[in-house]
Design a protein around this ligand. Structure first.
Ligand code: SF4
Length: 491
């Protein structure tokens, strides 16, 4: 039987017809899936399976056949045999295949449920439901309603997971019905695209990242230089394409009178002229707010769609690790303190108890991007009020090392418009970098820690913990070096 379009290829085609064509005929040109993208996919699958419990006792079509045409036949058989709840039901109409996460029979009609691991309904989800509705209805099934099941971000876990509170269910039938003529036209158009012999001639554009990052950017964007107008900080994507479409691709190409903000112009000019900007007075004023002893502090967190612990919510950032470098005075030796939770139960109490103990000696607590650490501390104070008084005291001592770079008191061309420590560090301290580390960024650290909850191999656990410790320690060590550089600049 086979099929031309599926729900996901249709969504790709609506975003960009070239993406659909490449996906269908040049699948191997696709970019490699990153570890964090894979984690998002896995999360979607896990949430989908959990949501089936809202309608227990169903039969999963996908368990039986591997091929889509067999799945369609199996679905028909299950419907005919009088099943009331079917998971992963497959339908085919005019070469378009859709798989519905859950279908439930009510009287002689069916309710369709599409499960999403997000906390709100997007326009794309409605489109996704609309093509399902189109195919299912045209396959001769009477559809009473079609709804999206998504995560309720207000849910706070207490004891066993309450899946009825964890999920929101919202009908999108009216929205979906409004889109039926669009679906019909669009499926016709996309089928014609797939019948062509040539790759559609589409230039890169705003569609490449809207609504999703296209997975063929490696192919289509290969001629864009490594540093280009697309790297100008805080410039709207439409404005970037305005420059690109006029032929201004490198920063050097941008006309001098092109309208940019002061900090964008600084980024462009510093790059072209190879100049560094240092505002000594402002750096000095910033440094005067920092009092020794100084704690250089950094947290690592992880989050799950389904809350794992009591008193936690979907997608809440759960701190599991910190690193602290401590400098008693300008001439003291650097001391190091750290904590990495055991992946058994909720790490937050052990985390905060140790942190409060390690930071009780007074002095400035310096972090990089204050809002992140302070938000996590406030959340712990909310969820564990017994620690709130001490937490509020620690928050009152927090200062942000990011500020001089965010405000461009100090800017070098190597920072490429960014004030992330990952750019600031190599610009200021080129000998220090994350290259040798197994874990190089926070997203990977989160995935690594979460994996410890399921890992049983002792050696694997040991290795992951060592990698996590090395990464977090590097973050605060980097901050001490950056701080030293600032002090040197105003000497
Ligand atoms: S990278 Fe852009 S132009 Fe290329 S296929 Fe994807 S969306 Fe289309």
């Amino acid at each position: 039987m086979g099929h031309l379009l599926s729900k996901s290829s249709f969504i790709k085609g609506v975003q960009c017809e070239k993406q659909l064509f490449l996906y269908k005929y040049h699948y191997d040109w696709m970019d490699q899936i990153s570890e964090s993208q894979q984690a998002v996919f896995n999360r979607g699958t896990d949430v989908g399976i959990l949501a089936q419990k809202l309608f227990p006792g169903g039969t999963a079509v996908a368990d039986v056949p591997k091929r889509s045409d067999e799945a369609v036949v199996k679905t028909k058989e299950l419907i005919k045999s009088g099943r009331k709840v079917i998971y992963e039901a497959a339908f085919l109409y005019e070469g378009i295949l859709v798989i519905s996460d859950i279908i439930v029979k009510v009287g002689n009609e069916w309710q369709i449920y599409e499960v999403k691991s997000s906390t709100s309904i997007s326009e794309t989800y409605v489109l996704d439901a609309a093509i399902q509705y189109y195919v299912v209805v045209n396959s001769g099934i009477r559809v009473k309603d079609i709804s999206i099941i998504y995560i309720n971000n207000k849910y706070i876990r207490t004891g066993d997971l309450n899946i009825n509170s964890l999920f929101n269910i919202e009908s999108v039938k009216a929205l979906v019905e409004d889109k039926q003529s669009f679906i019909q036209k669009e499926t016709g158009r996309l089928k014609k695209i797939l019948a062509q012999n040539e790759i559609p001639n589409i230039s890169i554009g705003v569609q490449c990242s809207d609504p999703y990052q296209c997975s063929f950017k490696g192919y289509c964007w290969k001629n864009i230089p490594e540093y280009s107008v697309f790297d100008i900080a805080n410039l709207k994507i439409e404005k970037k394409f305005e420059l690109y479409n006029k032929g201004y691709v490198r920063l050097e190409d941008i006309p001098e009178d092109w309208q940019l903000s002061d900090s964008q112009r600084l980024q462009v000019n510093c790059h072209i002229n190879g100049t560094t900007k240092i505002n000594k007075e402002s750096i000095l004023t910033f440094l005067e707010t920092i009092n020794y002893p100084i704690y250089f502090m950094d947290f690592e967190t992880f989050m799950t769609a389904v809350p794992m612990f009591d008193n936690s919510r979907p997608y809440q950032q759960i701190p599991f690790q910190y690193s602290l470098h401590y400098l008693k005075s300008k001439v003291s030796e650097l001391e190091h303190y750290e904590f990495l939770a055991e992946a058994i139960g909720d790490p937050r109490k052990a985390f905060i108890s140790r942190l409060l103990h390690d930071t009780e000696r007074g002095g400035t607590i310096l972090v990089y991007n204050k809002s992140f650490e302070v938000s996590r501390l406030n959340e712990i104070a909310r969820d564990f009020p017994e620690f709130s008084e001490a937490i509020i005291e620690r928050i009152s001592r927090v200062a942000d090392l990011m500020l001089p770079f965010q405000k461009k008191y100090f800017y070098t061309p190597e920072m490429r418009g960014s004030y992330s420590i990952k750019y600031v560090l190599p610009a200021l301290v080129p000998k220090m970098n994350y290259d040798e580390l197994k874990i190089k960024e926070g997203g990977t650290a989160s995935i690594a820690f979460e994996s410890l909850y399921y890992e049983t191999d002792f050696f694997k656990i040991k290795e992951i913990r060592e990698n996590l410790t090395a990464y977090c320690k590097m973050d605060t060590l980097a901050m001490t070096e950056v701080f030293k550089k600032l002090e040197e600049k105003v000497k």
